[in-house]
Write a protein that binds this ligand. Structure first.
Ligand code: DC
Length: 231
């Protein structure tokens, strides 16, 4: 992978809170366009779990910054819907999706130096023929010059419902109320942090996915690219 990103390569940024449908929509849109896909949340989660593996305290900012630089993350396609995520040589795909990994990611994502440490790594995903970048600050900080920007939202209740269904399908026992509380707390933390708070880029197209089937959201996002594409 090149270390410097090519600014002529088109980027579609998809930002929004967790449960807005970003992950699923981004993957489907990337597949339809034949573009690369950056799951930036997975990078934060990977650093969070690698810190946990080395018993680094989540309040030890300088050790976390070292983790952000040193953690090796590889996305390995194996034909499944989602790639395997290999962290420091170990398959961390399942651990990455746990609530604990999400909470650790959210905590370390509030540290400016951790965000800075992951910046170039994210930009290096910008390779021909194009990139779909999924996260919180893709359109505002990482790829401010992206020609296509979308901000996805959904009501907190609907996001909690979606997460509840996902976890139940996996056999994880949770309560809807508990999930709603966690989602609201995480939203507040992600939106109020000093660095790269969750907010739409001024030039992002906003799509509220509440009540919309995934296929419709995908079509709306693809329309943003088609409408903005030259020719
Ligand atoms: O999208 P996700 O749930 O995998 O993200 C996990 C956490 O990482 C989330 O609480 C916010 C943080 N994050 C971030 O701050 N910036 C990003 N570009 C992606 C994720």
């Amino acid at each position: 992978m090149p270390t410097t990103a090519d600014p002529s390569v088109p980027v579609l940024t998809l930002d929004g809170p967790s449960g807005s449908g970003k992950g699923t929509v981004s993957r489907l849109v990337a597949a339809r366009l034949g573009w690369h896909y950056l799951d930036s949340g997975a990078l934060y989660r990977a650093v969070g779990i690698a810190a946990g593996w080395s018993a680094v305290d989540l309040s030890d900012a300088s050790a976390l910054v070292r983790c952000a630089f040193d953690t090796h993350v590889e996305f390995r396609e194996d034909g499944a819907r989602e790639p395997r995520v290999i962290v420091n040589g170990a398959d961390a795909t399942d651990e990455l999706r746990t609530e604990a990994a999400g909470a650790a990611a959210s905590a370390i994502a509030a540290i400016p130096e951790v965000r800075a440490a992951l910046k170039e790594r994210q930009r290096a995903f910008r390779r021909p023929p194009g990139l779909v970048a999924d996260g919180r600050d893709m359109g505002t900080v990482i790829f401010p010059d992206a020609p296509f920007k979308v901000f996805l939202t959904a009501s907190a209740e609907e996001r909690a419902q979606r997460r509840y269904k996902q976890l139940k399908d996996k056999g994880v026992s949770v309560t809807l109320d508990g999930l709603l509380r966690e989602i609201l707390a995480r939203d507040a933390r992600d939106a109020s942090r000093a660095v790269a708070p969750l907010r739409p880029a001024d030039d992002a197209v906003r799509i509220d996915t509440t009540g919309l089937p995934i296929a419709d959201v995908v079509d709306r996002v693809l329309a943003v690219v088609t409408a903005g594409a030259p020719g």
